[in-house]
Design a protein around this ligand. Sequence first.
Ligand SMILES: C[S@@+](CC[C@H](N)C(=O)[O-])C[C@H]1O[C@@H](n2cnc3c(N)ncnc32)[C@H](O)[C@@H]1O
Length: 330
Amino acid sequence: MSADPSAAQGDARRAAVLDVYAQAALAPDASLCCVDGGTWTLPDLVFPPRMLEMNYGCGSTVSPDDLAGARPILYVGVGGGLEALQFAYFRRRKGGVIAVDPVAEMRDAARANLREAERLNPWFRSDFVEIVEGSAEALPVADGAVDVVAQNCLFNVFVDGDLAQALREVARVLRVGGRFSTSDPIATRPIPQALRDDHTLRARCVSGCVSYEAYVAAIHAAGFQQLVVRARRPYRLLTPTEFPALREELLLESLDLLALKGPRHEAAPDVYTGRCAIHVGAGTYYRDDKFPFPSGMPMQVSDRVAAELAARADFRVTPPTFHARGPGCC
Ligand SMILES: C[S@@+](CC[C@H](N)C(=O)[O-])C[C@H]1O[C@@H](n2cnc3c(N)ncnc32)[C@H](O)[C@@H]1O
């Protein structure tokens, strides 16, 4: 424990996280994360019941769209192994998924769940997922070594400095063009400081989350230029009855987001939220002389380009769906 008060706070915060997840590894805790779904229904994929009980995520980070490369997938914060198994479904080779977790009890629980998954799924071998000790703030992986990094419902427990460090680590281990698939709760209003300072509530994914704008800004600052919002939906309603520090109800949302690393990095991110721009003039409009907008055809655009084109009389722009599949034309 450090003599510096803020360092001591950091130590206490990290200790609370390790403690919460050691307990959650020993006995599944249904109240830990509130999520409806988060698992894919796929041919010949059977989840061990205990693995399902240990669904501590808040959305899904698994998308076949991200998995074209040949390098391993790095999964940060393994939990019961539920998403690691789903990534392994697509990778299907030894060490295709590397899962990092600092909590020994959680690593043991995930290994046991994956052994059970091997018994239930003829196509699966537990060595498809290599579980290693390590933490998000210092990933035990070489620079540029992986195609995909995924994390689900972990980064929201970090305070700003630790979050920035964890995101820098994600950017470091991804190859250029690599994909960061992330899911976290976000807050629709600022969370009172008294709740934010409660280490256990923060560790339990309740009080550490930031706004959508702050989340996007933190990921962009770490070196990700293109961000795609895949899902945004209600996650949990915090009430004054449950949390007296609140004056009124506060809705948390869950955000599934894909972020692409480089190659360029500009002052503002390109965020795709499902908006489309439709050219209503005659013929094809070429933006910047290269991106075609055929008349009448909805083209997915970033929020920045949507704002630019909405100012023109010959374009209509649709609202965000918060359900985009990949980066659009511009
Ligand atoms: C909320 S759970 C999410 C588990 C899993 N992603 C899921 O969706 O079920 C957080 C996980 O991150 C692990 N963890 C805690 N602190 C961590 C850190 N600093 N770096 C990496 N993993 C951490 C916990 O042990 C736990 O497995």
